[in-house]
Design a protein around this ligand. Structure first.
Ligand SMILES: Cc1cc2nc3c(=O)[nH]c(=O)nc-3n(C[C@H](O)[C@H](O)[C@H](O)COP(=O)(O)OP(=O)(O)OC[C@H]3O[C@@H](n4cnc5c(N)ncnc54)[C@H](O)[C@@H]3O)c2cc1C
Ligand code: SF4
Length: 485
């Protein structure tokens, strides 16, 4: 184990964010680089618990106490092997994961949890810096051909695992470049794109082919694709946005977050000269208080918004864990992301009644206060009479979540869906003979760590389908969600 007294000697430390006034002037990552002695000290806080609850907290089953111990001993080369044993892309999760492992860490019962994500990111960065991450060739070629549709984290993880099992893998992507939400959804200030490119270089060198600008269902039908390959894996994400269907929605100046963020990313990357919906000098209202809303917030600040308000229908969460939400469950808490630290007002318990405009352009939102009620049929929001008010806006961004995968891929080949309109698979990740699905398109809008876990799991299922058995490691052996349906 790491230092048995580490958690008594050191308090929890985190990577420092760059000063707000500096980081608002650029699109670079908000965090400063981390000194290695600080990482070693933080890793030493791990108690190597008899029952490491952090394992359960992590959807990938990351071997957290093992690599905390190796980092404490400064054995970074062995640490990256243990990290890669369960996670293909720790440099993504080390930057972007909300770290359910940390909320499950046993130290969190009466102290601050181990800074697991910081250690994870540091191991990955050390490994890249020291040339420890190289292409890995499969032991033998199987002669089997697999197509993966979609190149987000689930598609990339599935592709890498399947290639390592010796299959020939082509990834089809409708965008001009691979990466899914890692490229055009998540802003630069959370993860710079060179981090993605660096990993794609490894995947290409391992023999994975990326076929971009190709939308399955439009440029090629799904049945044609299935005819060309021994197996096809759908990793197409959950891109259907939830709408706010109220009066005035048709006014100009109101956009879905995912109409706005990809263009902002392209401007930051200098792929576009300017943003046609830029927030510069505008009063911006972001509807939706979640992570996508926070990404819009950080983006409009950098574009020079005059003012920003973020609205949320849910009540303001508590600052500390309530007794009803004890360790090791995921706590619903008031979180202050880097974007919130940079400014803007947050308003809770508000619902949008209508958009008000003139000459076809949005000018304001009419909102009403709501009270959340738990009923037998689920959550209900009751309006508080007389609480209507107006919030000025010349740009409105809707970030109210997603409702499952787009249907384009199904053109001419309807697929089974679950009650939440996600693609339904059986317990072996199969939709139909030879057709599999994983990631957000299967489990609904989720997290990168879940996308990687699903990608690894579907790869094992596909390998077993093709070869009769599989030695690929996978976090989810049998899909319990499918069993429940
Ligand atoms: C703005 C935003 C910010 C987020 N931030 C975080 C975060 O900080 N941390 C976190 O853990 N999670 C975050 N998430 C969630 C996370 O990004 C997703 O859960 C994850 O990317 C899902 O991975 P995926 O591979 O299933 O799908 P995606 O990443 O959505 O990738 C799907 C890919 O499939 C392609 N595709 C779709 N249809 C077709 C077709 N017919 N033919 C060819 N290609 C197709 C798409 O172009 C896309 O590239 C965020 C989500 C959003 C929207
Ligand atoms: S739960 Fe926390 S202290 Fe225990 S092994 Fe995991 S990281 Fe270490």
């Amino acid at each position: 184990m790491a230092d048995p007294r580490g958690f008594l000697k050191f308090t929890r430390g985190q990577a420092q964010r760059r000063p707000v006034e500096l980081r608002l002037k650029d699109w670079r990552e908000v965090y400063n680089p981390i000194a290695s002695d600080f990482v070693t000290q933080q890793a030493s806080r791990c108690m190597d618990c008899g029952i490491p609850f952090c394992h359960q907290g992590c959807p990938l089953g990351n071997l957290i106490p093992e690599w905390n111990d190796l980092v404490y001993r400064e054995e970074f080369d062995r640490a990256i092997d243990r990290l890669h044993a369960t996670n293909n892309f720790p440099e993504f999760t080390g930057r972007l994961c909300p770290a359910p492992c940390e909320t499950a860490c046993v130290l969190g019962i009466n102290s601050d949890p181990v800074s697991i994500e910081l250690v994870e990111k540091s191991i990955a960065e050390h490994a890249f810096e020291h040339g420890l991450i190289q292409p890995i060739d499969p032991v033998a070629e199987t002669g089997r051909r697999v197509a993966v549709v979609g190149s987000g984290p689930s598609g990339l993880a599935a592709a890498q695992q399947l290639r390592r099992a010796g299959h020939s893998v082509d990834v089809y992507e409708r965008s001009d470049k691979p990466g899914g939400l890692l490229r055009y959804g998540i802003p630069e200030f959370k993860m710079e794109k060179w981090v993605l490119e660096r990993r794609l270089t490894q995947l290409r060198a391992e023999g994975i082919t990326f076929i971009c600008n190709t939308e399955i269902g439009i440029d090629m039908t799904l049945s044609e694709l299935r005819g060309r390959y021994d197996a096809v894996v759908l990793c197409i994400g959950a891109g259907v946005p939830r709408e706010i269907e109220v009066e005035g929605r048709e006014l100009s100046g109101i956009y879905q977050a995912m109409e706005f963020l990809p263009l902002a990313n392209r401007v930051a990357l200098k792929e576009l000269p300017f943003h046609p919906m830029s927030a510069k000098d505008k009063a911006v209202v972001i509807v939706g208080g979640g992570d996508t809303g926070a990404d819009c917030l950080g983006t409009v600040h950098r574009q020079g918004a005059r003012s920003v308000v973020q609205l949320e229908i849910m009540p303001e969460p508590p600052r500390e864990r309530p007794a009803s939400n004890p360790w090791p469950t995921w706590p619903t808490l008031y979180r202050i992301s880097s974007a919130h630290e940079e400014g803007g007002d947050r308003m809770f318990s508000l619902s949008t009644k209508r958009f008000i405009g003139s000459d076809g352009k949005v000018q304001a939102l009419e909102v009403v206060e709501v009270e959340m009620k738990m009923t037998d049929s689920g959550l209900r929001f009751e309006e508080i009479p007389g609480s209507q008010r107006r919030i000025e806006a010349d740009l409105v961004l809707i970030a109210t979540g997603f409702l499952g995968p787009e249907k384009t891929v199904q053109n001419g080949s309807p697929l089974p869906t679950d009650p939440r309109s996600n693609i339904q698979t059986d317990r072996d990740w199969m939709v139909e003979e030879g057709l599999f699905a994983a990631g957000d398109c299967r489990r609904g809008q989720s997290l990168i760590v879940w996308a990687i876990a699903e990608g690894r799991s579907v790869a094992k299922a596909v390998d077993r389908y093709l070869m009769g058995e599989s030695f690929l490691p996978a976090p989810i052996q049998t899909d319990t969600r499918a069993l429940a349906l």
